[in-house]
Structures are given as structure tokens and as C-alpha cells.
Design a protein around this ligand. Structure first.
Ligand code: SAM
Length: 378
């Protein structure tokens, strides 16, 4: 049994813990920003291939106490790195810290990197090269006030990079955050789904991939394939396994008022191989008729951080509220935003507000149920 840590956007930890449990993870423990778990390599491979919510799956290889950089060097130097990867692999070390007494994390990073390379050179006469941009092997060190935990990254590129994105659109959501928003909305594939401000189409693609039972990692490679523990036979078995039955009927609709981002959405949707299931249209949300009598709306409106000024949005939201009341009775709408004024400015009462983080930015997922007859004047 090995020990792992799956990182994720903050706010999705419970969903991630449940997801990992469904892959056979044991001793699952949530902490802010991720989930620690135990499991064998099949659990690790499955989590990399199938997790829609994790950013990375890290394999815990050492833990020790430290007070200064020399302690990091000595403990890292003790580890038998040659058992973990070969000298031909390129390397990158990352250090993150909470309440660490160390003055420079760059220096700590350098000391750990030196320890790994020195250990290789002393044992084999040669050392791995560093490649910061595209390393084969990533070592992550997490420091608290007194402990250091060393991990090897089994994911490589972060897992939200699914391998289908061709165009960014405007301020695209990370794919694992988008998948979390879809799960939190409670959407069932039998229900029509609409993102009327779809940008590059991230929410639409994650929903379609989920409903069709597509493995999010099917089009990419993983860090564990470069490690010595890699077991190609076990991996081939896991890759060929079908885990989720595909929904037969799907009605997914996307629109945006910007023709340029719709071009990105079209390319992304085709790249993800879900174009059969998604209907795109160029239309302003304020003018858009509901594509079905009832359904689930998910949207990530501009929130004045990267696009749209606060004043423009204060003018836009009341009009959006009126358009929803007029055109979307019977719909369950979900807005993911960092603009916490949104429901008030829309003059609609949210039935749920879920705190979620987009990187460091505190956001909410507001659920607003539009009931028939709520479009009363006044
Ligand atoms: C934050 S982005 C959405 C990003 C998207 N979730 C993604 O992952 O790519 C907001 C989108 O709302 C669109 N938008 C802004 N005002 C709109 C309106 N009145 N009607 C339709 N779309 C609008 C913008 O063109 C932009 O693509």
C-alpha cells in the first residue's frame, strides 16, 4: 500500500474524496486544497486516468523533520533516488511552504535538487539534468513549520490539462473546476443542459465527457510512466477498462454573444470528440429563448476581474435577472462567479451558495431556481 495526495481546487475536496473512494482509495482524508489517501498502484493509475476533480496525484516518498536548509539536503540525500527513477530522466524540484521558518524557498529548492543530483553522482558517476519547462520527473516538497514531505508527481502535466484545448476563449475555467461545477449543479444527463455564456466551452465539454463515460485522461500521458515503478501491463489493463456506462440521450446547448470565442469553443468541442452532443449558437443571453421547457443552466459570467468592469456588470445583472424570469421559468440556474453581488443585483434569491476557489480568488456557485410566475412586474 502506498500513500498519495491528490490536490484540487479548494471547495471540491469532499467531491474529490468521494471520487477517489470510488476508485478504491482507502484512508481518505480531506484537507484544504486536497485529499490524502492510501492505495496500490492500480488506484493511482485509475485516479490519474479517471479523476475529473484532481489537479495532481502525488506519491509520498519521504517525511522528516527540519529546521534549516542543511536538514533538507541531508534527508533528501539519504533517499535512494536510483530506486525511483533512472539517471537519464530530467528533473524539476518544486517547494511550497506554510509557516516555514526558511527565508528563501528558492534556496531550499536548490538544496533539495543538489541532494538528489549528488546522490546520483556519488552512486553512478553521473547525475540527472534539470528541465524546468518539461521535466520527466517532478519532485514536490511541502514544508510546514517543522516537517518536510517529499512527493514524486505521478501526473506530470496537471490533470486539468486533458489534451483537447485548442483555443482559450476568454478567461477559460480550469477543466477540473468546471467538472466540479457540473457535479455540484446536480445535473443528470437526462436533463437539458445550457451554458449561455460558454466562452471556450469548458463546462459543456466536461458535462458531455462525463455523461458519455469518457476518461478525462484518455488523450494524454502521465508522470508515472517515467518512474521505475511503472508497470505497463497493469496500466494497459486499467486503460482498457470501461468504468462508466454512456448516457444514450444528451441535450447540451451552448451559446455566447462573441463569435470569436465561439470559434474556440467549436475547436475545443471537436478536439474533445463531443461535437455530436453539443449545439452551439451565437446569441446574447438577454435575448436567448430557453431551448427546452425545463433544464439546468450553468454559467460563468464575466465578473469584473479579467473582463467587464464592475459598473458594466452592475448594469447588466438586473437585466439578466429579468431575462431569466421571463424566459427560464422551470430552470435550475447555476452561476459561478467571484462577484458576490450577483444574486442581489439580479433581484433573485439563491437557494444555495457553495464557496469555491478559482486559484486564489474566492468565488461562489449560486443556485437560483426560476419558478413559473416569478416574472411579476415591480
Ligand atoms: C468568464 S467567460 C466564460 C468562460 C468559459 N466558462 C470557459 O471556460 O471558457 C464569460 C463569457 O461570457 C460571454 N458573455 C458576456 N456577456 C454576454 C452576453 N450578454 N450574452 C452572452 N454571452 C456573454 C463572454 O463573451 C465570455 O465568453
Amino acid at each position: 500500500m502506498e500513500q498519495f495526495f491528490a490536490s484540487s481546487p479548494r471547495g471540491l475536496e469532499s467531491l474529490l474524496a468521494a471520487e477517489l473512494g470510488s476508485f478504491g482509495a482507502q484512508r481518505v482524508a480531506e484537507v484544504p486544497g486536497g485529499v490524502a489517501f492510501s492505495g496500490d498502484w492500480s488506484v493511482c493509475y485509475t485516479a490519474n486516468l479517471w479523476s475529473r476533480l484532481a489537479s495532481r496525484i502525488l506519491w509520498r516518498v519521504a517525511e522528516f523533520g527540519y529546521a534549516g536548509e542543511d536538514d533538507l539536503y541531508e534527508a533528501a540525500h539519504k533517499l535512494d533516488w536510483m530506486r525511483l527513477f533512472t539517471v537519464e530522466r530530467t528533473l524539476r524540484v518544486n517547494v511550497s511552504a506554510q509557516k516555514s521558518p526558511l527565508k528563501s524557498l528558492d534556496f531550499a529548492t536548490l538544496r533539495i535538487k543538489d541532494a538528489v543530483c549528488d546522490r546520483f553522482r556519488e552512486t553512478l558517476g553521473s547525475r540527472p539534468n534539470v528541465d524546468r519547462a518539461n521535466p520527466d520527473v517532478r519532485v514536490h516538497a511541502f514544508l510546514d513549520a517543522v516537517h518536510c514531505v517529499l512527493y514524486l508527481d505521478t501526473s506530470g502535466e496537471p490533470l486539468f490539462k486533458r489534451g483537447w484545448r485548442a483555443g482559450a476563449g476568454e478567461a477559460p475555467l480550469r477543466e477540473n473546476l468546471a467538472a466540479g461545477i457540473i457535479l455540484l449543479s446536480g445535473w443528470k444527463p437526462e436533463e437539458p443542459l445550457l451554458d449561455p455564456m460558454c466562452g471556450g466551452g469548458t463546462l459543456l465539454i466536461e458535462a458531455a465527457a462525463m455523461a458519455r463515460g469518457r476518461a478525462p485522461g484518455a488523450r494524454r500521458s502521465f508522470g508515472f510512466e517515467k518512474l521505475k515503478i511503472f508497470d505497463p501491463k497493469l496500466w494497459a489493463g486499467i486503460k482498457n477498462e470501461e468504468r462508466v456506462p454512456a448516457a444514450a440521450k444528451l441535450e447540451i446547448f451552448g451559446s455566447d454573444n462573441d463569435p470569436r470565442v465561439l470559434g474556440d469553443a467549436r475547436r475545443n468541442i471537436a478536439g474533445a470528440g463531443v461535437d455530436r452532443w453539443i449545439k452551439l449558437e451565437q446569441v446574447d443571453i438577454l435575448e436567448r429563448a430557453a431551448p427546452a421547457p425545463a433544464g439546468v443552466m450553468v454559467a460563468n459570467p464575466p465578473y469584473g476581474e479579467r473582463i467587464g468592469s464592475k459598473e458594466e456588470l452592475a448594469e447588466f445583472y438586473p437585466r439578466l435577472g429579468s431575462a431569466l424570469k421571463k424566459n427560464y421559468p422551470g430552470w435550475r440556474c447555476h452561476f459561478f462567479t467571484a462577484d458576490l453581488r450577483l444574486p442581489k443585483l439580479m433581484r433573485l434569491q439563491p437557494s444555495r451558495r457553495v464557496p469555491l476557489y478559482n486559484g486564489a480568488l474566492e468565488c461562489r456557485l449560486f443556485e437560483i431556481r426560476i419558478v413559473a410566475g416569478s416574472n411579476r412586474p415591480g
